[in-house]
Design a protein around this ligand. Sequence first.
Ligand code: NAD
Length: 293
Amino acid sequence: MAITISKIGVVGAGQMGIGIAHVCALSGAEVLLIDIAEDRVSDALALIERNMSRQSGRGLISAEDMAAALARVKSGTDFGLMKDCDLVIEAVTEDEEVKNAVYQSICPILKEDAILATNTSSISITRLAADTDRPGRFIGMHFMNPAPMMELIEIISGIATEPDVFESVREFTVSLGKTPVSSEDFPAFIVNRILLPMINEAVYTLYEGVGSVDAIDTAMKLGAHHPMGPLELADFIGLDTCLAVMQVLHDGLADTKYRPCPLMVKYVEAGWLGRKTGRGFYDYSSEVPVPTR
Ligand code: NAD
């Protein structure tokens, strides 16, 4: 039987956690947004307010709904705040060790029947679930970026995920106004299995000198009708996340076609992670992003 989900915990107040908290609060749920970094937590509510104001300015939500949604979001650094949550959505860094450490900390705090969902872009749900105290109540809930704008949520059951957990999460997804698509638990699921190799190929195209950043992005926007060029999109996603997904594809499917481009590796090693660090394939220090190659 599907359970009622009315109190949500979101772990990780990065770009995805903030967007997920935003969507859940607008749908009427109480939301707790938790991060280990004090500055992330202190910035989070202001960022959500700014993003909702933009939606309100465009007439997508009313001022009353926005005020009510903001009143439903609380943030903090104490995992203990999540003890009454029906569903916890983990959206921390795309690193299996970091995610496992979070589960070890939060599982003893959560209600026995609470559902634990991960927003991982690529990592095996079955393997992540196996390291928790609740493989049957563990599931993948993959929001797209930016979560308030994108219509899709991929839902991924691990081998042990109970059918009623899948059904509860599917119903909850619909209640958020999103469309669920079910994916089998294969590396990077559906969207990133297709999207990330394209981004990686765009970085190879740059690396081999086939085109400049501007030429590659313009070509794909005007020539393939993509709303964003692949390098602009890589900067938006975060190059650390892009690289982590390519590594999961490469390791998990053992096919050299998924080899991460050495230029992507170098950018991540340099700390040039895209928009979130102010530099990636574009430099974001001035008002208009400037291509770096
Ligand atoms: P991000 O770097 O913007 O944020 C990660 C957050 O996790 C940071 O605020 C960090 O402080 C926090 N964190 C790290 N360790 C923590 C811990 N032990 N406890 C609590 N918080 C911790 O990353 P993001 O882009 O928001 O990605 C988060 C997750 O969402 C990843 O699994 C990623 O693959 C997935 N995802 C990302 C995108 C995207 O386009 N960026 C899209 C869909 C899914």
